[in-house]
Structure formats: structure tokens, C-alpha cells
Design a protein around this ligand. Structure first.
Ligand SMILES: NC(=O)c1ccc[n+]([C@@H]2O[C@H](COP(=O)([O-])OP(=O)(O)OC[C@H]3O[C@@H](n4cnc5c(N)ncnc54)[C@H](OP(=O)(O)O)[C@@H]3O)[C@@H](O)[C@H]2O)c1
Length: 177
């Protein structure tokens, strides 16, 4: 199973456009990400991986995606060079989840084969440069919502947010990518 996990604003903004997130630490979302991903295979684009240095826990199984066959992120990190390798891993590890943790290029690549989307929607107004970086548009008819948690703005987070869980409708997957 392939899951995409991402935090975005209502316009699908996920990155500033100059590296990094458009918002500063949101504790509740960070916790949600950590809980959902704990102990799973985490597929990460090379640029996001380099932003996340030092972040991984011993239980995580990070897999870095790069086109560079000589990229060496260190002994504990697996490397993949194309989507076929990811799909092969996913079918080898039947029953286990591969969680795609970004960034935008990785989301675009894997959305057509995603089984599940775990999305944090932030209802705020966030800065972006050079146009920003966006999560790809998904078709509402391809996914069904199976869970939702809503949080109002409070003294710690000045905007409301929703954790949205979507699962793919049978037969809507596009494997020709
Ligand atoms: N809000 C969120 O939830 C969230 C989550 C994660 C990241 N982000 C943000 O997203 C931004 C980074 O996204 P990004 O799109 O610039 O970079 P990215 O997706 O993290 O990484 C892109 C890199 O992945 C590799 N890659 C992409 N497609 C590939 C393919 N088909 N085969 C093999 N390798 C492939 C390439 O690495 P090589 O160049 O080494 O070949 C490419 O440069 C940052 O601003 C980050 O903060 C946001």
C-alpha cells in the first residue's frame, strides 16, 4: 500500500519555493506525522531528505529517491532511482505501507499509484516565494474520505486545521506513469 502524507494550505501550497515549509513548527501536525509514520517505510525525495537531516528515529525506515546512482546518504538509508523500484518494493512488502513524505516532485510522481492520502489542511495565509511549491491536484471522484479531525485556532496555532484521510476508489488507479 502506498500512502501520501502532506500538510498544505487550502490552495495545496506545501513549500515556500526556496526550500522549507511555509509555516513554522505546528506541534499538533508534527505529532500527527510522527504517529502516522512511526516504524513505516518512508519514501522521501532527495531535496526533502536533505532538509530533514537528523530528523529520523531509529524505528523509521527511510528510503531516499534520487536519479543519481552514486548518491550515498549513509548506511541506514535505502536508495531508489525510479518508480519501478518503488512499486517492486511495495509488492515485495505486501501488507506493509510505504508512506511518501514529499516533496512536490515525489507527490506528483506517486499520486497516480497512491492508495491513500493523509492530508493536513491549514486554513491560514502563508508566505511563498518564486510561486511556491504545491501538492498535485487530485480528482475527488478517485478518492473517498474515511476519516476527518477538525481543530479550531487556539493560542498556539492561529488558524484552524483539518486532518483528512482519503482512500482510493477501487479501479481508479493509473499504473501507466
Ligand atoms: N508540506 C509538506 O507536507 C511537505 C512535505 C515534504 C516536503 N515539502 C516541501 O517540498 C519542497 C521540496 O520539494 P521538491 O519538489 O523541490 O523536491 P523533492 O520532491 O523533495 O525531491 C526532488 C528530488 O527527488 C528526486 N526525484 C524526483 N523524481 C524522481 C524520479 N522520477 N526518479 C528518481 N528520482 C527522482 C530527484 O533527486 P536528484 O536531484 O538527487 O536526482 C529530485 O531532485 C520543500 O520546500 C519542502 O519543504 C513539504
Amino acid at each position: 500500500m502506498i500512502t501520501l502524507i502532506a500538510a498544505m494550505d487550502q490552495n495545496r501550497l506545501i513549500g515556500t519555493g526556496c526550500g522549507g515549509l511555509p509555516w513554522s513548527d505546528i506541534h499538533r501536525d508534527k505529532q500527527h506525522f510522527r504517529e502516522y509514520t512511526l516504524g513505516k517505510n518512508l519514501l522521501i525525495g532527495r531535496r526533502t531528505f536533505e532538509e530533514m537531516q537528523g530528523w529520523f528515529r531509529s524505528e523509521d525506515r527511510p528510503i531516499v529517491m534520487t536519479r543519481n546512482p552514486n548518491y550515498n546518504p549513509g548506511a541506514r538509508f535505502q536508495v531508489v532511482n525510479d518508480l519501478d523500484e518503488v512499486l517492486a518494493l511495495s509488492s515485495e512488502q505486501e501488507g506493509e505501507e510505504i508512506v511518501v513524505c514529499g516533496g512536490a516532485e515525489l507527490y506528483r510522481l506517486t499520486l497516480p499509484v497512491a492508495d491513500r492520502l493523509v492530508l493536513t489542511i491549514l486554513y491560514g495565509d502563508f508566505p511563498k516565494q518564486q510561486g511556491g511549491v504545491f501538492f498535485p491536484e487530485w480528482k475527488d471522484e478517485d478518492f473517498v474520505e474515511y476519516r476527518r479531525e477538525e481543530f479550531e485556532a487556539d493560542s498556539k496555532v492561529p488558524f484552524s486545521m483539518t486532518f483528512l484521510y482519503l482512500t482510493r476508489r477501487t479501479g481508479s488507479k493509473n499504473m501507466d506513469c
